[in-house]
Structure formats: structure tokens, C-alpha cells
Design a protein around this ligand. Structure first.
Ligand code: ACM
Length: 261
């Protein structure tokens, strides 16, 4: 069995040391094998302009990475967290770290709304990572709107999708039930709460972090306001079984030749 945690936060825009300290405290408060944190959990989300993102973004081995690796070593866990990445360009990224440091990186492919002004679309595809407890894939927030994201990860045999998010539309928590059902995978969507007002742009985040199983069962769903952490124990092997009855294997039963795209 594997203990999966979703961490729901309310970051203060631009206050990286505070946001990271609070996230680390939540991780330390409850044992798990995998912790999933929200999108851009170190910086906040509603940036004023690209210059602000450039000032707050970090290289993959920056301050946030060092803090997350330190708590991963203490807890012997794996952690997926969203951060603003500064490399050859600015990316809305998620890192996967473990006790020995970086395991992998994902850069958000489908940018949402004003993110398109600040970030370059991801160029690492949808990678999967083999961990001691199973195969993990990553997608970020608005990627849920494109069924190709979760499907691509499922076709690469991901058993669980870590899904750091900053949700502003109401549909995702229910849509993820379908993503899990149609791919027979687990998903851990870690969202944030709170409101960020910058000039005329005000965003309220819906919380409702959740963990969904391959049958579409909602194992945990947090509320719209709480800051905290929830853990559930799951058998990730369930996600390897794609048959829904003796006749239908959801993945083997695909008919790509008939789709014409
Ligand atoms: C989103 O992709 N943060 C809505």
C-alpha cells in the first residue's frame, strides 16, 4: 500500500521563504510516501507582469528545490511541487524530488489565460517516473482540460498522476473523476485556496484538492477554504488492470485507426 498526500495551501504572492516554510511544515505534519503540492506553490499565481515572474522564478536547483529535498530526505518521501522555473526560458514547472535530490521535471504544456503572457509552453512532453511504489506521471492544472494529457500518461503506464493545480474554474474536481475512470489511473490534484487581486485581475481559487481512484471513486476531497494536508492509503497495482469486464480492456480496446487524428 502507498500513502498519498495532497497539500492544500494559501501562498502569499511573492513571499517565497514564507510559502516554502509553510509547505514544509504541512509535509512534516503527516507521514506519506508521496506528497503533491499545488502549482506555483512557492510564488503564488496572479503575477502582475512578466518582469515579476522573471524576478521570482528559480532554477531547478534553487531555494525551493533545496528546502523540498531536505524535507524529502527527512521523511524518506517523494514530493511533487509546482514552481516558476527560470532556465533557458520561464516555465510553469513541477519538480519531482526524493531523498537523494531531483528525480524529474515537468513543464506545463497547456498554459491558461494570462500564463500565456508570462511563460513558455512546456517542451518536455508528459514524462513518467518509476518510483519504489509505482510509476508516476505529472501534469499541471489546466492540462486537465485536454484529455490527451492524462491519456498520454496512461499510455505510458502511469499508475498515478500528480496534478499540482491553482484552479479558478469549477469543473476540474468532477472532470478528474472522468480522467481517472477513462484511463483507470489514480490522480492526486493538489490545489490552493484564497484570493489574489492584482490591478483589475482578481482570482479566487477553489481548493477542493482531491485523490481519485481508477474506478472514479473520490477518496478525499478537501473544501474550498481549508489549508492543510490529507493522506490516503491506496493500492497502486489497481491502476495496472485496465479491464472493466471480461470483454473490455480500456486501453487495448482503443481504435486509433478509426479516430482519424
Ligand atoms: C490553471 O491552469 N492554473 C487554471
Amino acid at each position: 500500500m502507498t500513502r498519498i498526500a495532497v497539500v492544500q495551501t494559501n501562498p502569499e504572492l511573492g513571499n517565497i521563504p514564507l510559502n516554502v516554510r509553510r509547505a514544509v511544515e504541512l509535509i512534516a505534519s503527516m507521514e506519506a510516501d508521496l506528497y503533491v503540492l499545488p502549482e506555483l506553490c512557492n510564488t503564488g499565481y496572479n503575477f502582475a507582469d512578466r518582469r515579476e515572474v522573471d524576478r521570482l522564478a528559480e532554477p531547478p536547483d534553487g531555494f525551493t528545490f533545496r528546502a523540498m529535498t531536505e524535507i524529502a530526505a527527512k521523511t524518506k518521501a517523494r514530493i511533487v511541487y509546482g514552481f516558476a522555473e527560470k532556465s533557458d526560458a520561464l516555465y510553469n514547472s513541477a519538480a519531482l524530488v526524493g531523498p537523494a535530490g531531483i528525480i524529474g521535471l515537468y513543464r506545463k504544456v497547456h498554459l491558461y489565460a494570462r500564463e500565456t503572457l508570462f511563460f513558455t509552453p512546456g517542451n518536455l512532453g508528459f514524462p513518467v517516473f518509476d518510483l519504489p511504489f509505482g510509476r508516476l506521471g505529472i501534469m499541471i492544472c489546466f492540462d486537465w482540460y485536454y484529455p490527451e494529457s492524462a491519456r498520454t500518461l496512461a499510455l505510458k503506464n502511469a499508475q498515478i498522476i500528480a496534478h499540482p493545480s491553482n484552479l479558478v474554474m469549477p469543473h476540474c474536481p468532477d472532470a478528474m473523476i472522468v480522467r481517472c475512470l477513462e484511463n483507470r489511473v489514480f490522480a492526486a490534484t493538489a490545489d490552493r485556496v484564497g484570493t489574489e487581486k492584482r490591478g483589475v485581475t482578481e482570482l479566487t481559487y477553489i481548493g477542493k484538492s482531491e485523490i481519485v481512484d481508477p474506478d472514479g471513486g473520490v477518496l478525499i476531497r478537501m473544501d474550498q477554504e481549508e489549508v492543510g494536508i490529507r493522506v490516503v492509503e491506496v493500492d497502486l497495482k489497481t491502476a495496472l488492470k485496465k479491464k472493466i469486464n471480461r470483454y473490455n480492456d480500456l486501453i487495448a480496446g482503443r481504435r486509433p485507426g478509426e479516430y482519424g487524428w
